[in-house]
Design a binder for this molecule. Structure first.
Ligand SMILES: C[S@@+](CC[C@H](N)C(=O)[O-])C[C@H]1O[C@@H](n2cnc3c(N)ncnc32)[C@H](O)[C@@H]1O
Length: 271
């Protein structure tokens, strides 16, 4: 039988994947590392299936290792006899407690079968929640900004663990970034906030991230020409001397030929 690491997504119960939900429903025991993940899991399984694990709030590595060993010792026998799930918010392989459990199981209970069910990570969910588009060809770096840190370098960054937004903001703006913050995105518990004002976030909340983009970043999109065309059409409509014929400069077609989906020169449909 199997131990499943199940990603629950950012927090709203209906953002659990269909596979994750099926596994939770069929598992004999469902373990969670924290209160929030437990609340989401309880939307899909009865409380009687929730297993107890004790994780100390500490950075002491010795104590943490002992806690993970205890957790693995509790989980392993149940995963040999039946199917069990260990849930985490987001994806189990992105900045997640599941990594500790997997390594501990590998070290002390290597006979336990293990499978991971990916979840919607805040790394991608932020884009929709905050109205950001990471267009094809763009780079995006994931960093941590705990305790007011302001990592810099990449053109675009997603920053986790923004626990002191005003201090992080100061460093990022000084380094030439535009920054937007997202708190409790797609989460049922607590208030969702999307803002570019760090003062709105001066109260610490672990479930806060930031998206930082260099203020001088230039992005050229083939489809941006449509907006320019709209503007030109508006100008023409307001010009009494105009014939009203749409004006194209030819450059737009050339740009579209390089757009996604036009590989191999098969762009006839655009003409
Ligand atoms: C330890 S990481 C866990 C990431 C998770 N495994 C994932 O894939 O989304 C926790 C950090 O992720 C970010 N985060 C996770 N879920 C979030 C949400 N719903 N809204 C805003 N930030 C979130 C926060 O920056 C938080 O400090």
């Amino acid at each position: 039988m199997t131990l499943y690491g199940v990603g629950l997504g950012p927090g709203e119960a209906d953002l659990v994947t269909v596979r994750g939900k099926e596994i939770l429903e069929n598992a004999d025991v469902v373990y969670s590392p924290g209160r929030l993940s437990r609340t989401v899991a309880l939307e899909h399984v009865d409380e009687s299936k929730i297993g107890d694990l004790d994780f100390p709030m500490t950075k002491d590595e010795e104590k943490l290792r002992a806690a993970w060993k205890d957790a693995a010792a509790e989980i392993a026998p149940n995963a040999r006899d039946g199917d069990v799930a260990f849930v985490t918010l987001g994806d189990p392989n992105v900045y997640s407690t599941f990594g500790h459990l997997r390594r501990t199981i590998d070290a002390f209970h290597p006979d336990v079968d293990l499978e991971i069910v990916p979840g919607v990570s805040a790394v991608t969910a932020f884009a929709t929640a905050m109205g950001v588009e990471i267009e094809a060809g763009a780079g995006l770096s994931l960093r941590e900004a705990a305790s007011g840190a302001s990592p810099t370098g990449p053109d675009r960054m997603i920053l986790f663990k923004v626990t002191d937004a005003p201090a992080t903001h100061e460093g990022l703006v000084e380094a030439g970034y535009d920054v937007t913050y997202g708190r409790r995105l797609f989460m049922e518990q607590g208030e969702t906030i999307v803002t570019d004002d760090p003062e709105e976030l001066d109260e610490r909340d672990y479930y806060t991230l930031a998206y930082a983009e260099r203020e001088d970043l230039e992005v050229e999109q083939a489809t941006a020409a449509f907006l320019e065309e709209d503007d030109a059409d508006d100008a023409t409509a307001n010009d009494p001397d105009s014939s009203g014929e749409p004006v194209a400069d030819g450059g737009e077609v050339a740009a579209l030929e390089h757009a996604e989906g036009c590989e191999g020169g098969d762009c006839g449909g655009h003409r």
